[in-house]
Design a protein around this ligand. Structure first.
Ligand code: AMP
Ligand code: MG
Length: 519
């Protein structure tokens, strides 16, 4: 049985109105709202690891009751569902009130270890924050969220999780590419899990409305429940901001490490716990390209391109700083944190890239070695995942010719120019030299490199294959990918077919290289 409880709604004020119509909600952190209920829900997949972490009975998860709860047709014991009020900056502009337009929080599950995990249904029906939209989600985007959030967890990237994915038995009207060609698609609900779903935008909306009292209450709630170690310091709100910046920095370094592009880094999609949240038109880097964005809605300025994610993070932190300003009251300290972020990110990024290269000692030339490699990787399309994974086969006593052969499987084109080959050989000469000053054994380096350079990531075309098949009612690929992505750093020879470059057919296919915000 699933039992839930509440801290967010126990502490923060509720919207006094229970009318489920789109409107501005003032003076409240959330509105009570019930999931609409679905016609014929059926369980597609659930996360066994999440079931275990939530201390749920595995047998119970096979029951119809569990499926009904995951679809919003039935409420778990103790659940008083609600939608949160938040705002946000979208694509650089203040968008006013947004809120959980299609997410309904069921309550918190307390695990046997005592941690609180919020369960939230995405796509379970409209809320007062739905604006002109329907509060629903389609199967394709729900598969993408389920698979990717679990994959990110197993990659060691801070993220919200997924408990279950349910088919609703209902159809949803969507214009997938925003090009005037809408159609009916299968509806689905994902149950997401996180200690908290509070976003930067929860604070921004209160600051915009000059509701200082609720702003303070919300910050106190976050501090007491998620950052209690900061409560006794001189300025806990400033310390909170600093720690949010630190956690977010770590998250972005991890994104760059595994080649993840979020696609919609609006401030309403930034978690106050530094978790990857809101899996929409995200994508994974196939060929290493800092200019790539999977999100067609973002094509004009490519604001959220791979290489721009750290810059945008700093911009988003600035928005959070503005929102918290009235309770922190220390402009120069806030500026310091924002300014420091850049240095801190650069330091951590360099350290992370060194580890991707298997370098653990210090050398003055490391920064140049890394930036030279980054330049090389973009000249000829080079698969990021395969390049770094194969690099672990290089040893300090390899010949430069051997090195090139080792990483050759990462190139998308066979025809490598002479100049490029020479440039790469020069890089390898420096790299081999550098390896000679390392102290650990080759075997140990390989283990360490393989521990942070994944063998398997959720390439866009892979998710799309799972989606195309699932649309026909077959979930074989979905289950296969889910199993494989649980151990992304292991060799897993049974999944070797997925350790390959993006196939050519996926280069320009919708869903593989092009995604819109429509979901
Ligand atoms: P996103 O781009 O997914 O982060 O969504 C931005 C805002 O739009 C959030 O407030 C969402 O809750 C809301 N939203 C997105 N899709 C829908 C939908 N189908 N129905 C209601 N609200 C939605
Ligand atoms: Mg969002």
């Amino acid at each position: 049985m699933l039992k839930l409880q509440h801290t967010f709604t126990d502490i923060l004020p509720a919207d006094p109105s229970s009318e489920n119509v789109p409107r501005q909600v003032l003076g409240a952190g959330y509105s009570y709202v019930e999931p609409k209920g679905m016609i014929a829900p059926s369980m597609i997949i659930y996360s066994q690891e999440m079931v275990e972490e939530l201390s749920l009975d595995p047998a119970y998860c096979l029951s119809d009751e569990f499926c009904q709860i995951m679809a919003g047709n039935k409420l778990a014991e103790g659940s008083t569902p609600y939608a949160m009020c938040y705002g946000g900056h979208q694509f650089g502009n203040w968008a006013g009130q947004l809120g959980d337009g299609r997410a309904i929080n069921l309550g918190e599950c307390v695990t046997t270890l005592g941690s609180h995990q919020n369960l939230q249904l995405k796509g379970a029906g409209p809320t007062p924050y739905s604006r002109t939209a329907d509060g629903l989600a389609v199967l394709r985007s729900s598969i993408r969220e389920f698979l990717c959030s679990e994959a990110m967890y197993h990659l060691g990237v801070p993220t919200t999780r997924a408990l279950a994915l349910v088919l609703t038995g209902e159809e949803v009207w969507r214009d997938m590419m925003y090009d005037g060609n809408p159609s009916y698609e299968k509806g689905a609900v994902v149950c997401r899990v996180a200690p908290s779903f509070v976003r930067f935008g929860n604070f921004e909306i209160l600051a915009a409305r000059k509701d200082e009292s609720l702003l303070k209450k919300t910050a106190d709630y976050v501090l007491e429940n998620y950052y209690p170690h900061l409560l006794n310091g001189e300025n806990p709100y400033l310390a909170l901001f600093k720690e949010v910046a630190d956690k977010t920095c770590q998250m972005i370094v991890d994104w760059q490490r595994v080649g993840f592009v979020h696609g919609v880094m609006n401030t309403d999609n930034m978690s106050i716990l530094g978790l990857t949240i809101d899996y929409g038109p995200y994508g994974w880097i196939d060929d290493y390209d800092p200019n790539w964005t999977p999100n067609t809605t973002d094509l004009p300025g490519k604001r959220y391109r791979f290489g721009n994610q750290p810059v945008i993070t700093q911009w988003n932190l600035l928005k959070l700083a503005n929102a918290l300003y009235s309770i922190i009251n220390d402009e120069s300290a806030l500026r310091d944190v924002i300014e420091q972020f850049r240095w801190q990110y650069n330091r951590m990024y360099q350290e992370m890239m060194k580890q991707k290269l298997g370098l653990y000692t210090t050398d003055d030339g490391d920064e140049t070695l890394i930036s030279d490699l980054e330049k090389l990787l973009v000249i000829h399309e080079t698969d990021m995942t395969i390049f770094f994974r194969e690099l672990a086969h290089v040893t300090s006593y390899s010949e430069t010719d051997d090195c090139f052969e080792i990483i050759k499987p990462a190139f998308y084109i066979e025809d490598i120019s002479k100049e490029y080959r020479i440039a790469f050989d020069t890089w390898f000469e420096k790299y081999l030299n550098r390896l000679k000053s390392e102290r650990i054994s080759q075997a140990e380096r390989k283990v360490r490199m393989n521990g942070i350079n994944p063998k398997y990531v959720l390439r866009n075309y892979m998710a799309q294959l799972a989606i195309d098949q699932a649309d026909k009612g077959d979930y074989t690929i979905l289950h296969e990918l889910y199993e494989m992505l649980k151990q992304p750093y292991e060799e897993q020879v049974e999944f070797l077919q997925w350790y390959s470059k993006r196939p050519d057919w996926a280069r320009k296919k919708i869903g593989c290289s092009m995604l819109s915000c429509s979901s």
